[in-house]
Design a binder for this molecule. Structure first.
Ligand SMILES: [Zn+2]
Ligand SMILES: [Zn+2]
Length: 246
């Protein structure tokens, strides 16, 4: 599968030339995961899958607009677009898209998506605290994980709602590497928080270095980055891994 990372900016005001757009992952020009910018509609995907209804993943939550493309997500949105609930594997041509429940928010439901096409597979998590162990077998193994770069500090920022007991927030990048390293050879981070914009070069280096610690290839993505599934490590020439000779 051919993957285009459309946006890598998280839910922050900060931005930089390579990290100015909100979440969007395009697979084979056909399937779009998250709709953080209205302009992604110009790419005319066949189907859109939303990880959750926060505006940096679904622009229409704060800026309602007709979409004209089928949209699926973990909960309904009854105005425009009309988001259909996806709660089981969904087949579209050669692709099987499996939603996996995630922990992220106390107000909205959230899901990761496992995309399979033949022997190739991608897991895109959206914003993430954790995925329950009962679902891990679904991505054991997976060729590429694309996940949440909101926070670098270990433990992230996770709170518990006093009423419902629901956990909400984002985990730390080292915790997510630890979560996914047993199941994949490549972990790509998107959705960067304020910490990343303080010194982007140093941030890319810190992310890549975690890969060495856990024995996987780990990288910070940029807006517009393209890659292929099937490669065991990130390609040289467009990554901090290459720049630092790792
Ligand atoms: Zn977000
Ligand atoms: Zn969110």
């Amino acid at each position: 599968m051919h993957v285009t990372i459309l946006g890598t900016r998280g839910e922050v005001e900060e931005s930089a030339p390579g990290h100015s757009r909100h979440s969007g992952i395009l697979i084979d020009g056909t399937l779009l995961f998250d709709l953080g910018e209205k302009e992604y509609l110009d790419l005319q995907p066949e189907h859109i899958f939303l990880t959750h209804l926060h505006p940096d993943h679904a622009f229409f939550v704060t800026d309602p607009a007709p979409v004209g493309i089928p949209v699926s997500g973990p909960e309904a949105f009854d105005t425009s677009p009309n988001v259909k609930i996806i709660d089981r594997p969904f087949t579209l041509g050669p692709y099987t898209v499996t939603p996996i429940p995630t922990h992220h928010s106390k107000l909205v439901r959230s899901a990761a998506y496992l995309v399979r096409k033949g022997a190739e597979s991608i897991l895109y998590t959206g914003d993430l605290i954790w995925i329950n162990r009962e679902y891990h077998h679904l991505f054991d193994p997976v060729g590429l994980v694309i996940t949440d770069g909101s926070l670098f500090r270990r433990g992230g920022r996770i709170r518990r709602d006093a009423g419902s007991g629901t956990l909400y927030g984002h985990n730390g990048i080292p915790d997510l590497v630890r979560l996914f390293a047993p199941y994949t050879t490549r972990i790509l981070f998107v959705h960067f928080g304020s910490w990343f914009f303080e010194d982007i070069g140093a941030a890319e280096e810190k992310i890549a270095a975690l890969g060495e610690e856990y024995g996987v290839s780990v990288m910070a993505a940029r807006d517009g980055m393209e890659l292929e599934t099937g490669d065991p490590v990130f390609p040289r020439g467009q990554s901090s891994l290459a720049r630092f000779g790792v």
